[in-house]
Ligand binder design. Structure first.
Ligand code: CA
Ligand code: CA
Ligand code: CA
Ligand code: CA
Length: 342
């Protein structure tokens, strides 16, 4: 069987591959018979191309049987009224479809077991030969649960943005939960939406936005009876920026916190908890240089703030070069960034 090794990684359900039954360096081949077995839970045999080494008018197919329930293919081809074949050739090409994705960390493998091979010469005498089986393996990919985008950078007070909780490479998902923690002094969680990944209807067991403690808690499962495989959005969360800073020449004054995913569970329809990797997100507030009212733009209002606190009045917000006085140098720093939505 060639190739001798066929390897796939989940998700592979529905994909097809071909293997060839080859004969190498045979002398005076007049007929052949073979059986090939596979694990029918892993694969379906969907097509066979029979390719004898004789012209079509000079052979008869005595057996061409696929027994999918048993995982057996049986082929017998005999030539007549023609010289026997000497050399190397492909006798049949088999196309298999992948019908099973294992759940991480399970892997599955089966032999493409070539057996009961009979090679005949012109006189009906057996030709002795060696047999090499093939092997099919399906490896499970470790699922991943992550915050998307991995980093969000805000520039204005009151700005809202959404993040997705995204799952990849899961097999048979039916039930999931996660908690997401964030710094509630920097952000308000204002909305939580269940993603469209699970088959509806969905039962929400926990659906909590706890902004006082800076935590989202979601636990939902499908009641459809049908699990889902692949990658998709499990939840979408909307945040609002509730704390801002201003930039100074020597201190960028960035605020940041983790969007920390934890207590996650991915559970199949057969109640198997699937191990997975977790990737947190990062939130950052990066003030724009010269933006003193934290609206994300540098404009006339920001120049007026410098004018308002101009010496002898004072406010550290307007002291962009941090020299203890608000003067023309601070005004010109704001003017330098004026209008540029950098
Ligand atoms: Ca099958
Ligand atoms: Ca908050
Ligand atoms: Ca501004
Ligand atoms: Ca100054």
């Amino acid at each position: 069987v060639a190739p001798s090794e066929v390897e796939y990684w989940t998700l592979a359900y529905g994909e097809t591959f071909t293997v060839e039954v080859k004969i190498v360096e045979v002398t005076d081949l007049a007929g052949y018979e073979l059986k090939l077995y596979w694990d029918t839970t892993l694969l379906d045999l969907v097509n066979v191309e029979i390719t004898p080494p004789w012209p079509e008018a000079n052979y008869i197919i005595a057996k061409n049987l696929t027994d999918e329930a048993a995982g057996l293919y049986w082929l017998a081809v005999g030539s007549y009224d023609i010289e026997p074949f000497t050399g190397s050739t492909t006798l049949a090409i088999l196309t298999f479809k992948i019908t099973y994705d294992p759940i991480y960390p399970e892997n599955r493998t089966c032999t493409l077991d070539l057996t009961n091979t009979k090679l005949s010469d012109l006189m009906g005498e057996p030709i002795y030969h060696m047999v090499h089986d093939g092997r099919y393996s399906i490896f499970s990919t470790k699922p991943k649960l992550e915050v998307k985008p991995s980093t969000y950078i805000a520039h204005a007070l009151g700005e809202t943005f959404t993040i997705d909780i995204y799952v990849s490479d899961i097999v048979d998902l039916y039930n999931y939960t996660f908690r997401l923690s964030y710094d509630t002094t920097l952000l308000d969680a204002v909305n939580l939406e269940i993603g469209s990944f699970l088959n509806p209807p969905i039962y929400a067991y926990k659906f909590i936005i706890d902004d006082a403690n800076g935590e989202i808690y979601l636990w939902v499962w499908s009641t459809s009876g049908t699990p889902v495989s692949g990658s998709g959005v499990l939840a979408t969360i909307t945040f609002k920026v509730t704390k801002a800073t201003t930039w100074t020449k020597y201190h960028p004054n960035i605020l940041a916190c983790a969007l920390d995913l934890h207590d996650t569970k991915l559970i199949t329809d057969t109640n198997v908890e699937v191990p997975h990797d977790i990737i947190d997100g990062i939130y950052r507030y990066e003030p724009k240089p010269g933006d003193l009212d934290c609206d994300g733009h540098v404009g006339l209002v920001d120049l007026r703030i410098v004018a308002y606190y101009y010496d002898p009045a004072y406010n550290p917000i307007a002291d962009l070069n941090e020299d203890g006085v608000v003067d023309i140098f601070d005004l010109e720093i704001v003017a330098y960034y004026y209008g540029g939505d950098c």
